[in-house]
Design a binder for this molecule. Structure first.
Ligand SMILES: [Zn+2]
Length: 296
């Protein structure tokens, strides 16, 4: 493996899309006050410290001090923690981890910012290989009529979801969700997030676990979109619930929360992606809303 270049293409700190940063957030204090960001590379996510659960005492000691945690997208495995004194591997043979070079380069050049340009998306070029592994070819796209959805290179922390996990969305969707939720609360309606951004690899992991349990691909596709075809990959889609209601059930449409969303969500830029009789032939999903989507 070639040694990583230090310098060369790496932009100096302080260059880049400074105009993206609000004036109230001076660069010098960015480490403490900047929005929390998930920096996304094809195989590995870079998480800001303080948001991941420890799975062992060893993990806990590292995670409590980590500024950044490198996490394998496929299975969520923690790969390394960036501590004040340097990078601490959390797996054997970190240097041989697929995608580690891209992740380390991102770590050096982008923190604590998205890295230019902020709204970049990751390439889709490896998706075919993933789909072939599942036995899916281009017919899937034609049959489902679903577009491929690229992953953003950077996602913004949008609070915690119902399960106390970090919720990641694009910057615009994160802001809109914050405002939507606050407006609902002011009207006495509690909204919670069930699920936001999900990576292609995460979706592939769902398929692999279900296949290992003996399900067939066709069966899984009746419930889960193929990797690369879920709106959740783009960071603008959100599954919304309300406390006391089961997640992602059609019964959500009979709640006061759903009635409120129908009346007000459009004003915040959210639209239901899959209403009854939608042209995609996708099952009715009253819980699934997309920021920036067009009214269906
Ligand atoms: Zn959804």
């Amino acid at each position: 493996m070639a040694p990583r270049a230090l310098g060369g293409r790496a932009p100096a700190r302080g260059t880049g899309p400074a105009i993206d940063r609000p004036a109230a957030m001076p660069q010098a204090t960015a480490m403490r006050t900047a929005p929390r960001l998930l920096l996304n590379t094809p195989d590995i996510e870079l998480w800001p410290g303080g948001l991941l659960r420890a799975r062992s005492n060893h993990d806990a000691r590292l995670l409590s001090r980590a500024r950044t945690v490198l996490r394998r997208k496929r299975d969520g495995r923690y790969l390394a923690a960036l501590l004040p004194e340097g990078l601490m591997p959390m797996v054997e043979r970190l240097a041989r981890e697929p995608g580690i070079d891209a992740a380390l380069q991102r770590l050096e050049t982008a923190l604590p910012r998205c890295g230019p340009p902020a709204e970049t998306q990751l390439p889709l070029d490896r998706l075919d290989e993933r789909l072939q592994r599942l036995g899916l070819d281009h017919h899937y796209a034609a049959d489902s009529g679903l577009p491929r959805v690229a992953e953003p290179a950077c996602l913004h922390f949008a609070g915690l979801d119902r399960y106390r996990r970090a919720l990641w969305l694009t910057r615009g969707a994160a802001r809109a969700w914050h405002n939507l939720r606050a407006a609902a609360a002011a009207d006495g309606i509690a909204l919670d997030a069930i699920s936001g951004y999900r990576s292609h690899d995460y979706q592939l992991g769902i398929f692999e676990r279900k296949l290992a349990r003996g399900q067939r691909v066709a069966e899984i596709l009746s419930v889960n979109a193929a990797p690369g075809y879920s709106e959740h990959h783009g960071g603008n889609a959100l599954d919304i619930g309300t406390p006391g209601e089961p997640p992602a059930e059609e019964s959500f449409e009979r709640t006061a929360a759903f009635a409120w969303l129908q009346a007000h969500a459009g004003g915040f830029g959210f639209h239901m992606s899959y209403p009854r009789g939608n042209p995609h032939g996708i099952v009715y999903e009253p819980w699934h809303w997309r920021f920036g989507g067009t009214p269906a």
